[in-house]
Design a binder for this molecule. Sequence first.
Ligand code: SIN
Length: 473
Amino acid sequence: MDYVMNINGEKVGETLPKMEVRNPATNEVVGTVPNGGAEEAQLAIKAAYHSFTTWSQTTAYERAHYLKTLNDLLLSNKEELAEIMTLEMGKPISQSLGEVVYAASFIEWYAEEAKRVYGETIPSHLINKRMQIWKKPVGVVAAITPWNFPLAMITRKVAPAIAAGCTVIIKPSKESPLSAVKFMELVDKANFPKGVINLVTGSSQEIVGEMMKNEKVRKITFTGSTEVGKILIKQSAEQVKRLSLELGGHAPFIILDDANIDRAVDGVVASKFRNAGQTCVCANRIYVQAGVYEEFVEKFSEQVKKLIVGDGMEKSTDIGPLINKEALIKVSDHVDDAREKGATVVTGGKQIGEGVFYEPTVIRDVNRSMVIMQEETFGPVAPIQKVETEEEAIELANSTEYGLAAYIFTENVARGTKVIEQLDFGIVGWNDGMPSAAQAPFGGMKESGIGREGGHEGMDAFLETQYVSIGMD
Ligand code: SIN
């Protein structure tokens, strides 16, 4: 099917050259989108800029109403959205259904939060002065979204922006733009005024290039690699554009010797193998204390052996394909490097067939010299390192430029508290392998990003503070 862009409430791009979107499970073309560029980006920015004047003047209650309608539409189109998602990027259908609900939860939460953007009154030091803080929408927002969560990363950005009174241009990734197109159909059905939410597909270089140099765009919100994030930081300096960046992760998963091991196994399986290991918060390095090391490796490997790899459209599939050949090569290289340097593959460890499927893999006795413990793998591979003490685990966990998510499993409250106080990560799952939620701040320390998405901090990202000093008689 040929899909189109949506700019100023109009379907755009039918006559442009097309970009194919392929199902990574079968390599079949599942749709095309227009290969737009700077010109389309300009149109969308113009529309968003124009509509900002009126949208920013609507009441929070009106904006909440539109968002609630959109939330209901997402949920009532759950099956279709999930199918599109699985077809375009391979995620198992059960996880795609889960993502639609997760995506909708941001819309619902920010529909409510729109009504709670409070200013402040500051006690004045002078009798003839009143001092206030007003909150204002930042302006036109460019939302650049990744392929691994094609819907939830849109709503996590767009819902708070819209709730705050901003207008938006979405630029989805070239691997998974179809969910974004379907999302826009629902935006139209929800009757959002023209130009409030726009979608441009095509060349990242041209579209993002235009977004970065166009003065009408005041805020960039991006999820993707640290490498690209750094480029955006440099480019945004020119006009001091506001930035929210959710970048790479390299999550440590610490299991101490007083952990509930069955719970820890479930936690790692959930965290590591969600989306075939292709999430920024996936457990990437597992550190297990010596006293429970053998028990953990055995129980964990047993669970991993049961995971079913296959086409995401099959209901029984736990792990779908990787996104593309480059991803497969990276995963294979990480495993080969660990093997060559002396680690033992307990289960998995190779590509399946000719496509981009990789066996769910457990590797034991890894160490910090191995690439897999230094870089984000973004695949279904779980490397396990034995540690003697919690101090060693903390030192290893923090020995990275990343600081997105970390996990710790211990039943001892005092110990858990002290360890977490020393972890330099924006998100910590304590006896919890799935901490993400609409109402909680998601984002990283160090080179994992700037700012937070979700929760009230996610709303602050789209608001400016205006201090008003009122002189009077
Ligand atoms: C991500 O991988 O960037 C998103 C994962 C999540 O929201 O849990």
